[in-house]
Design a protein around this ligand. Structure first.
Ligand SMILES: Nc1ncnc2c1ncn2[C@@H]1O[C@H](COP(=O)(O)OP(=O)(O)O)[C@@H](O)[C@H]1O
Ligand SMILES: [Mg+2]
Length: 331
């Protein structure tokens, strides 16, 4: 596949403390295509994604060397302005991180910071990006209502609108549909297919089927290395490496086993917070707790609260129409 390169990563190494998480990564990411990043848990996919807009800088004790060239400019160059860089490269998380304000203000937030003041201009921006994210028809009559009242699937589309309103060139998504119901997930997928005409999209996904539906280009990570990459059709039809073959054929055992399970079905706030907190405190450092919830607000609030307690949220995934799993590591 001949393509125009948008982001070129050259010999990127990254360490958390003394632990190397990315090993000499070199890869060219195509312009205005969907690139899917796949691989088992803990292999460095999120780390790689966060290194592309230097969100990784927010973590203590991280060391990076190598280059990430965006439009030919190395983003790790000391002269690079981080605010400008993050404006260029938006990021969607696994759990929608809607701001505690109205739907309107969520979308207007970025443009206001970047200097758009007139109400009329902002009205236009809010409408345009809510339409582009496929949410407008559902919220146009309650723009001043709180974003927190939206369903998780709607909140994720709101976060997409908020990212788009800053007019980025690149959209990164870290398993952005894994906590959503199938309909909302499909909404987001449709948006990505539409958006790739104008944006470079890089998605970490757990779902091979999603990668097959969306990706033009695929990168397979394993233990901090890129094992294989290539145009999606070729990658799935004819994987070359034995590890890629094993992963694609589902013979790869997913790494993460929980040390403890906690069923919080039927439990609401704040009892669920207290139970999760106590269960985590009962574990040794580094151990993993798997929680099952069936109360939708808990899907975004419980992880936030446990992060506030100093733990690390590893995964939030929808299991069925009513249930989610939240996997948290005791730190
Ligand atoms: N903030 C952190 N501090 C220390 N180690 C981390 C941190 N974040 C991730 N890691 C480690 O780096 C490796 C890659 O993690 P991650 O990028 O989250 O993988 P993935 O997204 O593929 O599941 C894992 O071994 C993980 O434990
Ligand atoms: Mg991850």
């Amino acid at each position: 596949m001949e393509f125009k390169t948008h982001i070129s990563v050259k010999n990127l190494n990254l360490w958390y403390g003394g632990q190397q998480a990315l090993n000499d990564i070199s890869i060219d990411i195509p312009d205005k295509k969907v690139t899917a990043i796949i691989g088992p848990s803990g292999c460095g996919k999120s780390t790689f994604l966060k290194s592309l807009n230097r969100l990784i800088d927010l973590q203590d004790d991280v060391k990076v060397n190598g280059q990430v060239l965006v439009d030919g400019e190395n983003i790790y160059d000391p002269h690079v302005e981080i605010t400008h860089l993050r404006k260029k490269i938006g990021l969607l998380f696994q759990r929608p991180q809607a701001l505690p304000m109205s739907i309107y203000d969520n979308v207007a937030y970025g443009p206001r910071i970047h200097g758009t003041k007139h109400r009329k201009d902002l009205d236009g921006i809010v409408e345009r990006y809510l339409k582009l994210s496929g949410l407008w028809d559902e919220v146009k009559d309650r723009l001043q209502g709180p974003a927190s009242k939206l369903s998780i699937g709607q909140q994720q589309r709101l976060c997409l609108a908020r990212s788009l309103a800053i007019e980025p060139e690149v959209i990164l998504g870290d398993e952005p549909t894994s906590a959503l119901d199938p309909i909302s997930a499909e909404h987001i997928e449709q948006r990505f297919l539409e958006l790739k005409k104008q944006y470079t999209i890089i998605l970490v996904t757990h779902s091979l089927r999603q990668a097959q539906r969306l990706a033009d280009y695929v990168i397979f990570f394993y233990l901090g290395n890129i094992v294989e990459h290539g145009p999606a059709a070729e990658f799935f039809r004819n994987p070359k490496d034995a590890k890629t073959q094993a992963y694609i054929n589902g013979r790869f055992i997913e790494g993460r086993k929980a040390d403890k399970e906690l069923d919080l079905k039927g439990t609401v706030c704040p009892a669920n917070f207290v139970k999760a907190k106590l269960a985590l405190e009962g574990l040794d450092e580094g151990k993993v707790l798997r929680i099952i919830v069936d109360y939708e607000p808990a899907v975004s609030e419980l992880p936030r609260a446990m992060e506030y307690e100093g733990h690390k949220v590893l995964e939030v995934k929808r299991l069925s129409a009513t249930d989610w799993e939240i996997v948290i590591q005791r730190l």
